[in-house]
Design a binder for this molecule. Structure first.
Ligand code: NAP
Length: 228
């Protein structure tokens, strides 16, 4: 499958690499290819510059957001959540029309330090904003409730644990479920929360994720739903 991952951070890299190892034709989108390749400093999370990562992952090509939008049958939004609408606009509304748009972003607002606030919450969500901005795209919110390393390697967390999907288009959710399955998520681990409105819940979980991480001293964990 032709997949475009928008975002050169740790999430975009992890998802792009994993899907590429599974045989998909994957590109990563960025604002400016030359500028991104010219960076020499680690990003704000300490990840190595893209030019250092790229040679170790030669099957993943770096292209502009617009070229990425044109490439993907599935487009993954792994951009900083407060700028995702701008990144998706750059990817091109016409490019996104009809496509599955897997949104993993969070609208984290670090203006008051850690834990972050959410720029969108309670009565709206980033997933819904994206669906409204791109009504012809088929937005599915998923994978946003865990660390990037867990998204692409669920087996690193022992035992049963869960991933959520939310979106208005059942076929798009089926495509995302199928990709999750390829990545290694067992079908019974995938909880379908219904329409894209449920992105409010999975996005607002971010607050608890940061509190738990602070308490445990690690992000290497996940949610497990235990029921009767
Ligand atoms: P990030 O640092 O949050 O975002 C990096 C991407 O945002 C880059 O591709 C960058 O473009 C783009 N960007 C920054 N400013 C922009 C602007 N003004 N206009 C357009 N694009 C802009 O990367 P991340 O840590 O990999 O996280 C990606 C998303 O996943 C975020 O929404 C995050 O909240 C969410 N998330 C992360 C984790 C995790 O484990 N880190 C877990 C769950 C959810 P350039 O390539 O041009 O620099």
């Amino acid at each position: 499958m032709r997949i475009a991952v928008l975002g050169t951070g740790m999430v975009g890299r992890a998802i792009a690499h994993r899907l590429s190892t599974l045989g998909h034709d994957v590109v990563i989108g960025t604002r400016d290819v030359e500028q991104t390749m010219a960076r020499t400093e680690p990003d704000w999370l300490g990840n190595v510059p893209f030019a250092q990562w790229q040679p170790e992952h030669p099957t993943v090509r770096l292209v502009s957001f617009a070229d990425a939008g044109a490439h993907g049958d599935v487009v993954v939004n792994a951009t900083h959540g407060t700028v995702s609408l701008a990144a998706l606009e750059a990817a091109g509304a016409a490019n996104l029309a009809g496509k599955v748009l897997l949104d993993v972003a969070l609208s984290l607002d670090l203006s008051e330090g850690m834990p972050p606030l959410l720029a969108v919450a309670n009565t709206d969500s980033l997933g819904e904003q994206i669906q409204r901005a791109h009504p012809r795209a088929r937005v599915v919110k998923s994978l946003n409730t865990m660390l990037a390393d867990v998204m692409v390697d669920p087996a690193r967390i022992p035992g049963h644990h869960n991933v959520f999907v939310a979106g208005d288009d059942d076929d798009a959710k089926a495509t995302v479920r199928s990709l999750l399955s390829e990545i290694g998520w067992p079908d019974e681990a995938i909880v379908d929360l219904g329409g894209i409105r449920a992105a409010r819940g999975t996005e607002m979980y971010a607050r608890l994720l940061f509190e738990v991480s602070d308490a445990l001293g690690t992000y290497d964990f996940n949610l497990a739903i235990v029921r009767k």
